[in-house]
Ligand binder design. Sequence first.
Ligand SMILES: Nc1ncnc2c1ncn2[C@@H]1O[C@H](COP(=O)(O)OP(=O)(O)OP(=O)(O)O)[C@@H](O)[C@H]1O
Ligand SMILES: CC(C)(CO)[C@@H](O)C(=O)[O-]
Ligand code: BAL
Length: 340
Amino acid sequence: MLPVARTLPELHAALLGARSVGLVPTMGYLHAGHATLIEQARRENSLVVVSVFVNPLQFGAGEDLSRYPRDLERDRALALSAGADLIFHPDTDHMYPAGFSSSVSVGAVAQALEGASRPGHFGGVATVVLKLLNMVGADGRSADRAYFGEKDWQQLMVVRQMVRDLNHATQIVGVPTVRVHDGAAAGLALSSRNSYLSAEQLVRAAVLSRALRAVQAAYAAGETDVAALLQAGHRILESESELTLDYLSLVDEHLQPVQTLTAAAEVALSISEQPRALATPHNADMFRLLIAARIFGVRLIDNMPLLGESAAGTLASTSAGNSAGSAPSETAGQTGTVKL
Ligand SMILES: Nc1ncnc2c1ncn2[C@@H]1O[C@H](COP(=O)(O)OP(=O)(O)OP(=O)(O)O)[C@@H](O)[C@H]1O
Ligand SMILES: CC(C)(CO)[C@@H](O)C(=O)[O-]
Ligand code: BAL
């Protein structure tokens, strides 16, 4: 069975003498998306640590902190089979002892979208990630590499910004999103919160990825007006009565929204900036589509590049939530470009 360190001394004893340490930060309830992060860390480091910590700092009032799914024994089995050497599973009191009073604040990249919908969220993420990078290292170093999923695209950008700004030594590695690739839920991004949904609801939750694909298809068919592109996604979302859109946004490489569509129920486009058209095909690879929505009351997020991806690299699975198994990476499929 995979060893579990619960305190910093236990962790440092286990890491003693390791040539390189790869950290995979998680909140547990592991699935095949997490497995790809662990597998990549395994290939690139002599020792792989998976942290399992449901971080209270990144949950807002009324969010699902208390009901967030937890199953450490299951996580140990999955992490072991994916190639981890150790789980770091600290108590909340160990991470935030009495008197803890610091926080990390990241600028512009953390403000829009998830930052706006979940005030305080990225402060909590940045604070715990910085602590984990510092804690999970061998012989007084910080972690050599840390692995984050592209499924949480804005989080990946926030962590990169923090590490760059603060001259942190850990290398941040982004790993492509793992999706269900066959069956009725095909396209759905794996997520721990998928476990809140029934099999039938998971099939319907695949509407998020279908909406993103519809925008990609509209762009590929020659549409360059951003509002019209987002409307192509909106038409797909409208077909799902149990969905409430938080945002569907086209963002640039700095995560700044070019245009955002909100509240599907109101149908109207809410435009955060002046409408802009994607003129000549140039630099399209800079743009990304991000979506957040509640479906059957569960808030899910997803994202894709504006330029479509190949269907390769998704997960063959009948369980959309938390199946293990092989999960090749998603790859960028097209090489066309676009310019604002
Ligand atoms: N489908 C996925 N593909 C690739 N990476 C993923 C996937 N799902 C989660 N990850 C990554 O795993 C890491 C840990 O995420 P976390 O434990 O929050 O899981 P999650 O499935 O994203 O959970 P939640 O449902 O709460 O968002 C993050 O870096 C996240 O981006
Ligand atoms: C990075 C992280 C483990 C920090 O708590 C969390 O936000 C997550 O699981 O994506
Ligand atoms: N994977 C994102 C963590 C969160 O939603 O809090």
